[in-house]
Ligand binder design. Structure first.
Ligand code: SF4
Length: 673
């Protein structure tokens, strides 16, 4: 089963071109960046103003919600206002849930209509019911009858359509047959796609969104594979829904969208943030530009796939390593290392990393570059004078530092790690270093490109895995692929060598796709590389080395681990980006709830502007804070609404009371407070 031409190089997936007004999506078009207004759609002036603001920062397609027929009628005036302001080339998309009547009105005025197959013409009862084949066929016929008028009208008017499936808002029919799974998401879209094709209508874009990047990645891969089997080649709209705000929202979006873009999938993207929508555009732009910069590369040949099952998550089984008091290996969460710029920075880095602020995201190893034997002495002095200790030190040695020079250091500090670059012809040196490090009870981190790991195979077979881990800090100059592919190839080479050695994902400047030094760019690069691999089940240690501040580097590494669902170090917030349906101020509410509950490690809280997609939208959240009516909040435990119409002024306190009642509350420690 293949979903992309190569898992090592970015080979763009060929698709048909879909015209969204005068903006082409798919085919040979660039990746289009889009967003959504958050104003009340019936406030035409505000919606036109927001649409213009989005267009001015580079948004190429603007989506507006149409919750009812009146709102859908307003789209005509919004279209007119946007065109009159000189933005006639910006297509509008009507976002439809439930109401075919709203869709039929909206299609008259805008260039594209988005329908959610989980709720289009479907009143969800969240009922468990067995569907016989005859029942199912009857349901599909009902769907055909309800959906066909919109398809026919889109075709007559030359409008395009997005069939936008959301994890957690699948129809009862799909839920009962496939469950809340990536396969259910895919089947849900295919049902609608087949109806559209039965009318000869193919101006369609598809999406498979989830707030969980792992689920979202699997669903898109599966969709592409299923469409390929049916000779369907529709463009994809990529997005991680309800990603939240700030750094966490950017990380989640980058993991999900970036991972797929690197595999050549995706033709238009939306980064959902619980912030003003204009802030989504720079993130989306950076993601699109990074991916498109890889398009020109020609694959170096060789197999396009690896042995990882891309449709089912399974963590790679590895050997065990001791890194100070922490253990790397099976049943262990990925460990976090940070890097000091040199021996001169070690004392300050250790002091900062020992701060109580980092109690929940401690650095578990400190990497220190050492360029010479004199540097070893300097480091020894720095460690002796450091105001605190750190669990594990790894010396990143320049090739100029000989094993003889390092041996005394290792003798005085057993258990120290050695990070050293090896080429394909360095088998003898690798054996020598591995033996030295093993004698001293440490770990040898073999920093090597995939081609070197391949050439070192016989040495690796002879050495075995004890005390070895692999990493890659510099992208090979002769490789036309990308950093995610380089790590995937290393894993394949290790497998071929019979090695289960752990893998350390290093985010270094030498692996960056584009050398933009802004924090956003570095954050996106790290999220894509680390997150893609973690979602493939690869990665036992991570480090964010493009960040010079050690405390910040540790925090970001933990946030990426949390975004990928690999290691939970704090509360998690699933917050919708808000739209014209929103019943309260999402941004301030999210910030307020986060301020009170962020210390609740492992607790997941969903903050949703409305319940349009049903409680399933909150996926696996423990608690939900959901707009029920203007000024009224519904509170959920899991998918169960337990308090209706709570006045908003009381809702925070009631939410906290619920968390306490369910024994998930802890008082904040002084560091959090
Ligand atoms: S959950 Fe949020 S983004 Fe989704 S429709 Fe409701 S208000 Fe809009």
């Amino acid at each position: 089963m293949a979903y992309c031409a190569s898992r090592f190089h970015t080979v763009r997936r060929p698709t048909r071109e879909v015209a969204v007004g005068c903006v082409g999506v798919g085919g040979t078009n660039p990746i289009r960046v889009q967003s959504m207004t958050t104003s009340d759609t019936q406030d035409v002036e505000a919606t036109v103003r927001q649409s213009i603001a989005l267009a001015e920062v580079g948004c190429e397609i603007v989506r507006v919600t149409a919750p009812n027929v009146q709102a859908a009628r307003c789209l005509r005036d919004i279209r007119t206002g946007l065109t009159a302001a000189g933005f006639g080339g910006i297509p509008l998309v009507a976002d439809i849930h439930f109401l075919p009547q709203a869709a039929m009105e909206a299609v008259e005025h805008v260039e594209k209509v988005r329908v959610n197959p989980g709720n289009y013409a479907d009143k969800k009862r969240f009922a468990v019911r067995d569907y016989s084949d005859a029942d199912y066929a009857q349901e599909l016929q009902r769907l055909h009858d309800a959906f066909s008028p919109l398809v026919r009208r889109c075709k007559e008017l030359g409008r395009s359509m997005r069939i936008g499936t959301n994890h957690g808002s699948l129809s009862d029919r799909i839920m009962n047959r496939y469950g809340d799974t990536p396969l259910g998401m895919v089947e849900s879209a295919l049902e609608f796609l087949r109806i559209a094709e039965s009318h000869g209508y193919r101006q369609i874009i598809l999406s498979m969104k989830s707030s969980n990047p792992k689920v979202m990645i699997e669903a898109y891969r599966l969709l592409v594979e299923r469409m390929g089997a049916e000779d369907m080649h529709y463009p994809l709209h990529l997005g991680v829904t309800e990603a939240g705000d700030g750094e966490d929202g950017r990380i989640k979006g980058s993991i999900g969208i970036g991972s797929l873009l690197f595999d050549g999938l995706g033709d238009t993207i939306r980064v959902s943030l619980t912030e003003d929508s204009v802030y989504e555009i720079p993130v989306a732009r950076a993601l699109a530009d990074k991916a498109m910069s890889l398009w020109g590369a020609s694959p170096a040949g060789g197999p396009g796939s690896d042995s990882i099952d891309p449709f089912h998550f399974e963590r790679r089984a590895t050997a065990t390593l001791d890194v100070g008091p922490a253990i790397v290996g099976p049943e262990q969460p990925p460990r976090v290392f940070v890097r000091a710029a040199g021996a001169g920075q070690v004392a300050a880095a250790i002091r900062e990393l020992a701060s109580p602020r980092l109690k929940d995201n401690p650095a578990e190893g400190l990497v220190v570059p050492v360029a010479s034997a004199a540097g070893l002495e300097q480091l020894r002095g720095a460690l002796a004078g450091a105001p605190a200790t750190i669990g594990f030190i790894a010396l990143e040695l320049s090739p100029a530092v000989a094993a003889d020079a390092v041996e005394p250091f290792l003798a005085s500090a057993p258990g120290t790690g050695i990070v050293r670059r090896f080429g394909g012809a360095d088998g003898a040196a690798l054996s020598e270093w591995a033996k030295l490090v093993r004698r001293k009870g440490g770990v040898l981190f073999v920093d090597a490109p995939p081609s070197a790991v391949r050439d070192l195979r016989s040495t690796l077979v002879a050495l075995g895995d004890a005390g070895l881990a692999f990493t890659c800090s510099v992208f090979p100059a002769d490789d036309a692929g990308h950093s995610v592919g380089a790590y995937r190839r290393i894993v394949e080479e290790l497998r071929a060598a019979g090695s289960a050695a752990p893998v350390w994902i290093r985010n270094t400047a030498g692996l960056a796709v584009r050398g933009d030094n802004s924090f956003l760019s570095r954050l996106i690069e790290a999220s894509i590389l680390t997150g893609s691999l973690l979602c493939d089940g690869v990665g036992d240690i991570v480090s964010f080395e493009t960040e010079p501040d050690p405390a910040r580097a540790a925090r970001v590494a933990y946030n990426i681990l949390q975004g990928a669902g690999s290691r939970i170090s704090k509360a998690e917030f699933v917050a919708c980006p808000s739209c014209g349906r929103t019943l309260f101020d999402l941004q301030t509410t999210t910030q307020r709830i986060r301020a009170q509950t962020a210390h609740l490690k492992g607790v997941k809280i969903a903050i949703m502007g409305c319940i349009v997609n049903g409680p399933g939208e909150m996926a696996d959240a423990d608690f939900g804070y959901v707009g029920g009516a203007p000024g009224k909040i519904n509170l959920y435990v899991g998918k169960q609404c337990v308090q209706y119409n709570v006045p908003q002024a009381d809702a925070d306190a009631r939410l906290i009371a619920l968390i306490k009642e369910h024994k998930k509350w802890a008082e904040p420690e002084p560091a959090h407070a």
